[in-house]
Design a protein. Structure first.
Lengths: 192, 541
């Protein structure tokens, strides 16, 4: 499905379905060949959307953590979690959106820098506590880490300077310990 | 064949094929087994480990190809892992919700040597199916059953696989609940029982679908609310609370909301449920009294809209053949069907009382399933009568297996409903596509009697209604494999029918008037004539 079409459907669903929202699901899997293909294949075969996905080993070298950002209402997410649990190599599935969590993403942004823009680029990077990690006579490469809003905001500010290339890691997330802040769901309910 | 064996016995069927084309040829079988939860272990050959990924001769990505149609699959790269992997494969295939498992073995691994160490126990940290249901939930279900006025038990394949026939019978009898079954569930409740309503769904009985529509409590047992069963979801069982028992959590609340979901093995859950039901106060005659109006209503539906066909003395009706075969074999023996109209008629007229005696391809609807599955079932039970109810469309998808029947002397009785059409396709074309018989006419080829004889089988044929019974009698008497070719009315349609997207109470019960009056024979002949002129078809006799 094209992204545009997906977004249109997502938008329609958000308007019409209160429980439709972005979810971050972390999936602990056996660190074996083909497991990622199985998880990704499950999403495509059943028509679930993957917004971002990241995989890396954990403390236990036999276990990997897959962090998937997807969208859905309660029923769909329940199905996704059940389907993931059914995969033999999946050890644990947690919908972090149900708890308080931290999420972070890193982006590397290569921008064109004409001489008159080089100072501006450094200023913008400073404001976002981003670092310039590579420089050439005509480009800077900026490294930024933060939540999605921060990364998006930085990208928007850099756009007028001319972005040459962006790579993003996709989001990783972890549950907060003993936080008293309302979860997103509770916040949404309070708003309504 | 392995599927037939597995479905008849409940033990894992085993498939052994070579690499590349050997593996790609079993994809349909794997997908079929995955849909119908059949325990299979498939061993596929693979090119040597040093050649994998090199486009070697007869190489295919077996793991990649089979991933979406297996419960699990593994490539064994080290012979030391082989024993453990095989143990795990059988464990995964046969436990929880059963399914096919593929073990891909490269050539060098299969010829390599290692010390044989077969593990005693399987230890898979990511796989631990739930067998015992949640006691609180089961108690809730018991309360609901006690209260309900119009309950229905809806039993699916899970009821057969978990050997829960006696538990279902007990439940139905203590709680006085009528039972309807899915295509896969047939056999889990005796067809002749007073509480039995037969099959439901697209071609289910009028009474069972009406009962579903008016029920106030639905007890789903090992069923997954397939679209052929539910019809229009928004109008499915509008008045019913749903109790759903299934070993696979993904089946629960997938299509239909369950008010009381119970994850667990059907047999274990029902045992517990029956204990609770027995312990509750109120005696059985009270319950019987409470449910009397409901049962009378169902009987009324049954009386006013029974399954029916009109058998004249000129043209044989397909239902007549199937009905006679079942009557003459006393609904005993193992019935294996192919896919299409004959399958639905077989399901409608089958009144068998034992689980694993009605073997068919449900979820995937694989034409060509019948003959090899019948051979597998016959191999498992050499002394039992195995009937293969098929039709010339399905049969010709795998008729090469007649050689297997002849070589291994497997005495299956093939009942071939010969209507010169892909009958179910023709039915849809007639009902929904203005009678455009595109690619659904098969012509009167081949001569199945000669074909059977060519393979060394006994071939029999009946073209008139009066010949049907003598042919069945002779066929059943023969000791070896038999092919009985019954020429039937090509335009008979299968009713009741819920049109795709319709609800349970929106059944078609007979041909609509415009179809009854149309001269379909002439239409078919005219179209066939065009084909003959183009040199591709043969006129039906």
């Amino acid at each position: 499905m094209s992204t545009r079409r997906w977004l249109a459907i997502a938008e329609w669903r958000i308007i019409n379905n209160e429980s439709w929202m972005e979810r971050i699901i972390s999936v602990q899997v056996e660190n074996k060949a083909g497991v990622l293909a199985r998880v990704a294949g499950l999403f495509s075969a059943r028509g679930y959307n993957i917004e971002s996905l990241s995989v890396a080993p954990t403390l236990d070298p036999t276990v990997s953590m897959i962090t998937i950002v997807t969208q859905g209402d309660d029923r769909l997410i329940e199905q996704i979690i059940k389907q993931l649990n059914k995969v033999i190599e999946v050890l644990k599935v947690v919908d972090l959106t149900e708890s308080n969590f931290l999420d972070r993403e890193t982006a590397l942004i290569k921008i064109h820098t004409r001489p008159e823009h080089r100072d501006e680029a450094i200023r913008i990077a400073d404001i976002f506590r981003a670092k310039i990690v590579d420089s050439s006579p005509t480009t800077y490469t900026i490294e930024v880490t933060g939540d999605v809003d921060k990364v998006e905001a930085l990208i928007n500010l850099l756009k007028p300077l001319g972005i040459k290339e962006i790579v993003r890691t996709g989001r990783v997330a972890i549950a907060r310990e003993a936080a008293k802040i309302p979860t997103r769901r509770e916040a949404q309910a309070a708003k309504a | 064949m392995a599927e037939g064996y597995a479905k008849a016995t409940g033990r894992a069927g085993v498939v052994l094929v070579t690499s590349g084309p050997g593996m790609t040829n079993i994809v349909t079988g794997l997908a079929d087994a995955y849909m119908d939860s059949v325990p299979l272990v498939a061993f596929t050959g693979q090119v040597s480990t040093n050649l994998i990924g090199n486009d070697a001769f007869q190489e295919a990505d077996n793991i990649g190809i089979s991933r979406p149609c297996t419960k699990h699959n593994v490539l064994v790269k080290d012979v030391g892992e082989l024993a453990r992997t095989i143990k795990e494969a059988f464990y995964i295939a046969t436990t929880g919700r059963p399914g096919p498992v593929l073990v891909d073995i490269p050539k060098d691994v299969s010829t390599d040597k290692a010390d044989f160490k077969y593990p005693e126990k399987v230890n898979l940290r990511g796989y631990n199916p739930t067998y015992e249901g949640n006691k609180y939930q089961i108690k809730q279900a018991a309360e609901e059953i006690k209260k309900a006025r119009r309950p229905v038990i809806y039993a699916g394949g899970g009821a057969v696989f978990s050997d829960a026939a006696s538990e279902i019978r007990e439940l139905a009898e203590i709680a006085q609940v009528p039972v309807t079954m899915t295509l896969m569930g047939l056999g889990s409740f005796p067809g002749t029982h007073a509480l039995c309503m037969g099959m439901l769904g697209m071609h289910g009985g009028y009474w069972s679908n009406m009962a579903m529509h008016h029920a106030d409590l639905l007890i789903a047992i090992g069923a997954r609310f397939d679209d052929r069963v539910t019809g229009k979801l928004s109008d499915f069982c509008p008045e019913a609370k749903v109790v759903h028992v299934d070993i696979d959590p993904t089946s629960i609340k997938k299509n239909v909301h369950a008010h009381i979901p119970i994850v667990g093995d059907v047999k274990a859950v029902l045992k517990q449920l029956n204990v609770y039901l027995r312990a509750m106060d109120g005696n059985q005659s009270d319950l019987k009294e409470l449910r009397r109006p409901w049962r009378e209503q169902i009987e009324e539906w049954k009386r006013t809209h029974p399954l029916r066909y009109e058998q004249g003395d000129k043209v044989t009706k397909p239902q007549f053949v199937i009905d006679r075969v079942f009557e003459m074999t006393h609904h005993e023996g193992i019935v294996v069907t192919d896919v299409g109209q004959h399958q639905m008629w077989a399901a409608q007229y089958y009144k068998g009382s034992k689980p694993r005696t009605f073997i068919t391809s449900g979820g995937l609807g694989t034409m060509g399933f019948g003959l090899p599955a019948a051979l597998g079932a016959q191999k498992a039970y050499p002394d039992k009568l195995v009937l293969c109810i098929t039709s010339e469309g399905s049969f010709q998808m795998n008729l090469q297996e007649l050689a297997t029947a002849a070589i291994y002397k497997l005495p299956v009785k093939v009942v071939l409903i010969h209507n010169n059409f892909h009958g179910m396709v023709r039915q849809w074309q007639d009902l929904f596509y203005e009678g455009r018989y595109a690619s659904s006419q098969l012509g009167n080829v081949p001569d199945f009697v000669k074909l059977a004889e060519a393979y060394g089988l006994l071939g029999l044929s009946a073209s008139k209604p009066a010949e049907v019974e003598p042919v069945i009698r002779e066929g059943l008497k023969h000791r070896g494999p038999v092919l009985m070719d019954f020429h039937v009315d090509p335009f008979e349609n299968c009713y009741p029918m819920i049109p795709a997207g319709g609800a349970h109470h929106e059944m078609l019960l007979e041909d609509p008037p415009e179809l009854r009056n149309a001269d379909r024979g002439a239409l078919a002949k005219k179209k066939d004539k065009d084909k003959v002129e183009e040199g591709e078809g043969v006129l039906p006799a």
